[in-house]
Design a protein around this ligand. Structure first.
Ligand SMILES: [Zn+2]
Length: 266
């Protein structure tokens, strides 16, 4: 049995897509000089919501961003657009794109080049503001020109709080990994699913005490991780883990040491 890649939430259908895997030195994620390499998947999420089609996060894009060459290796036979096609859709069909934050592994197809001609891109204003303050070589900073152009041209909308992007598709600001980082709750009636973005992107992050070198505010990340995963558990909501190379669709249960995951299979 394999992890399920589609999920129904009330009348909405969710497809978990794929943009390949990256391999990087663990030191890039946890700081220090660990020599072990670490592998992460990228699982953008497609939500069929009535006549609308929303994409949550957008992988690396057509190729590894220049800023990461030498530090990251990208492996894939099929990319996000191939997986979109398999799900039965074309790039033109996507109407809404929600970006959890501006890291290069989340914004690629949405910003460089914008691969979805009919979509409006939604992100938090605070995410743009933080990215503007980053050093020249930072991955967040690299997204700034494209976002500014999107705002000017009208295909990028800056949000300044929690709210519904579509009926039943609600963003919630949960900072820590970065400022203005947003998670997404997908809800219809009693059914609910959670997209955690980089707040808890893989099973290893279900341990709230894991301090990641890539969280700009580790204490806020820890607190938000516990609150959000507890909320998902209390509603028995499936959780989609963007960077999990194994079971990327799970339910979570609180344990003495954090949270454990139970895979949701086909
Ligand atoms: Zn990420």
């Amino acid at each position: 049995m394999a992890t399920a890649t589609t999920l129904d939430v009330g009348k909405m259908r969710i497809h978990i897509l794929d943009d390949g895997v990256f391999v990087t030195d663990a030191g890039n994620l946890f700081g220090g000089s660990r020599k072990a390499s670490i592998k992460g998947a990228m699982h953008p999420v497609l939500v069929e919501a009535g006549d609308d089609l929303a994409l949550i996060d957008a992988g690396f894009g057509p190729e590894l961003p220049e800023i990461l060459v030498g530090r990251y290796e990208l492996r894939r036979d099929e990319d996000l657009l191939d997986h979109l096609d398999t799900a039965g859709y074309a790039a033109e069909d996507v109407s809404h794109i929600i970006l959890s934050h501006l890291d290069a592994d989340h914004v690629g197809w949405a910003l460089s080049p914008p691969s979805f001609p009919n979509a409006t891109v939604y992100l938090q204003k605070a995410a743009l503001e933080e990215a503007r303050e980053m050093p020249e070589k930072d991955g967040l900073r690299a997204a700034v020109p494209a976002v500014e152009k999107g705002v000017e041209d009208g295909w990028c909308e800056l949000l300044d709080s929690d709210g519904e992007v579509l009926p039943g598709v609600r963003v919630e600001v949960r900072s820590g990994h970065s400022a203005g980082h947003q998670i997404v709750w997908i809800e219809d009636g009693d059914d609910l699913a959670l997209y955690t973005g980089d707040l808890a992107p893989a099973k290893i992050w279900l341990d709230p005490d894991l301090i990641s070198g890539v969280d700009t505010d580790p204490e806020a990340a820890r607190r938000n991780r516990i609150e959000v995963l507890s909320a998902a558990e209390s509603r028995d909501a499936p959780v989609i883990l963007y960077h999990e190379p194994g079971d990327c669709l799970v339910r979570v249960r609180q344990t003495e040491k954090g949270f454990e995951s139970i895979p949701i299979e086909d």
